[in-house]
Each structure stands twice: as structure tokens, then as C-alpha cells.
Design a protein. Structure first.
Length: 216
């Protein structure tokens, strides 16, 4: 029996992530493509990619963000899910985006050297990982001092019916493959993020883009 069935409420682990996104992979673009594209587009716009920039995208998924980067921009994309990454590689080949590099890598334990990238983005991945603080620590490590970090994610709604709905789904986090309860204040505090701006995105502003300067 898959391990995610015995996970504690509200928690995910790597086996749960791989299992969940094996189910999602073939349908991910239809389910989470256009509805979340405004956020992806905004992140890339805020990144203001310049010629020669070294860019890392953490949790690249099926590569839906590739369409929004300027022509000839070279992106290193990593993901823990081999099934999602297979979709990204297929898109990379058939959509004329072969200048990107895609690697099966754990965001919490990257193999890149210190101070490698000018800009590092993580879109819709922070609440997926078992230890998001480890991911942010790695993002800071591989980003150059003074470089830019962009984290786009769903964070818990503070009150009302939406909060109750998120709490009701929390015990199913292992099956869903992401946390439904995820505090933005705790996330910023725990990761000591030097926030430049925070922007609500997508439908009803339910997701938030955190733009941070790397103080490493």
C-alpha cells in the first residue's frame, strides 16, 4: 500500500508527492494550465530576464512557464516528479524550447554550486514539499548575493468559509500532494525572507507572489 495513506494529517512526503503527481501528470495542463497561467506570466515579467542571466526554476512541473520567458532565455528547470518532468521534456522538444535544461532534482537538496544563479523562481511548489524551509535555504544558497527570489504559492485564507474548507481538506494533504493550510506570515518569518513586494495573483487573488532579494 502506498505510504501516503499513513501520513499524518496536513503533511506530505516525497513518496506522496511522486505518487500524487504521477496521477496528475497527463492531466495537469488541463487542470492547472490556464487557470494558473496569470501567476506564471507575472513571475516571468517581474524577473525581467536579461541576456546572460542564469535562471533556475524550482518545481518546473510540465514546463508551462516556458512560454512566458523571452526568446533565447535559457532556464534550468528541476522537479522531483519524473512523470511531470517527462511532460516538460516532451514540451521542450516539440515546442522549440530546446535551449532549456531539465533535471530530476530534489529541491531540498540541490547539486548546484553556491552563487550559481542570478534569479531563482519556485511556482506552485512551496506547499508541496515536505520541508519548504529546506527548499528556500537551497534557493538562497544557489542564488548569487543580491540576486532575486520569486516564490508563487497558495497560502491559507485567514478566515471564513474558505478557511474552514482548507482545514477540512488538510487531512487529505498526502493524497492531494500539497498542504491546504500554509501560513504566509510563518513562511516569511521562518525563511527570513527580505521581501521586496507581495502581489496577489490569479482568480480572486487567492495565490500570492513573494518577490524577495537574496540576502545570503
Amino acid at each position: 500500500m502506498l505510504r501516503y495513506l499513513s501520513l499524518k494529517a496536513g503533511m506530505v512526503d516525497q513518496l506522496a508527492i511522486i505518487a500524487a503527481y504521477r496521477r496528475y501528470a497527463r492531466h495537469y495542463d488541463r487542470l492547472f494550465g490556464k487557470v494558473l497561467d496569470p501567476g506564471r506570466k507575472l513571475v516571468v515579467k517581474k524577473m525581467n530576464c536579461q541576456e546572460g542571466d542564469k535562471i533556475l526554476e524550482v518545481g518546473v512541473g510540465t514546463g508551462l512557464s516556458f512560454f512566458f520567458y523571452p526568446p533565447k532565455t535559457s532556464v534550468v528547470g528541476i522537479d522531483l516528479s519524473p512523470h511531470m518532468l517527462a511532460q516538460a521534456k516532451e514540451r521542450n522538444g516539440f515546442e522549440g524550447l530546446s535551449n532549456n535544461t531539465l533535471t530530476l532534482t530534489d529541491a531540498e537538496n540541490m547539486s548546484f554550486g553556491d552563487n550559481t544563479f542570478d534569479k531563482v523562481a519556485a511556482m506552485y511548489v512551496a506547499s508541496v514539499l515536505p520541508n519548504p524551509e529546506a527548499m528556500v535555504s537551497e534557493m538562497k544558497r544557489v542564488c548569487k548575493p543580491g540576486g532575486q527570489l520569486f516564490i508563487l504559492n497558495h497560502f491559507s485564507n485567514g478566515k471564513g468559509l474558505i478557511r474552514a474548507f482548507e482545514a477540512g481538506l488538510s487531512p487529505l494533504s498526502g493524497i492531494l500532494g500539497f498542504r491546504t493550510l500554509f501560513s504566509i506570515d510563518e513562511f516569511i518569518s521562518k525563511n527570513s525572507l527580505e521581501v521586496v513586494e507581495m502581489v496577489p495573483v490569479n482568480a480572486f487573488g487567492y495565490w500570492t507572489l513573494i518577490h524577495s532579494r537574496n540576502d545570503a
